[in-house]
Design a protein around this ligand. Structure first.
Ligand code: MG
Length: 155
């Protein structure tokens, strides 16, 4: 299944279950930015085409939470966060999803809960998939609170 089918499918599930948000886990190297084997410098960050625009859209959606899913060291993560912020990209958490610890069906203490995973190691193509994602998410209606109550994953 391609990334667009995955996103549409998860969004459909969220709508049908009355969830008000979706969680996206996003890898950095070879997914959002070019791999860099030197010590990280903010000015060396090079994004893949359409990734900034897409991540800005996701950062601005009230129904989306972004999880940075990376093996970078904490000091580098701090630098990345600052650089991303200047580019309008805001991750909610790093390597965790504190909003969902467990559900009736799953224990998320060792694997953070997410609905969508963008990771080159999971088949994401950084050269072509960002544009596809940009197009699909602009057509997805915002998830909303249902009947005035916040519905969380697992409710
Ligand atoms: Mg990677």
């Amino acid at each position: 299944m391609g990334i667009v089918s995955c996103i549409k499918g998860q969004h459909g599930i969220a709508l049908s279950r009355g969830w008000d948000r979706m969680y996206w886990a996003v890898d950095l190297h070879s997914t959002l930015i070019l791999p860099n084997y030197e010590k990280m410098k903010a000015e060396d960050v090079v994004y893949y085409p359409d990734s900034v625009e897409t991540m800005r859209l996701l950062s601005g959606r009230s129904d989306t939470r972004l999880i940075m899913y990376t093996c970078s060291w904490p000091a580098e993560i701090d630098e990345y966060q600052k650089r991303f912020a200047t580019d309008g990209i805001h991750f909610d958490w790093v390597g965790e999803n504190p909003e969902v610890n467990h559900t009736e069906y799953g224990d998320y203490s060792k694997k953070p809960y997410f609905n969508v995973l963008l990771d080159d190691k999971a088949g994401f193509d950084p050269h072509t998939d960002w544009e596809k994602i940009f197009r699909v998410i602009t057509g997805l209606p915002l998830l909303q609170k249902v009947y005035g109550r916040v519905v969380r994953v697992g409710d």
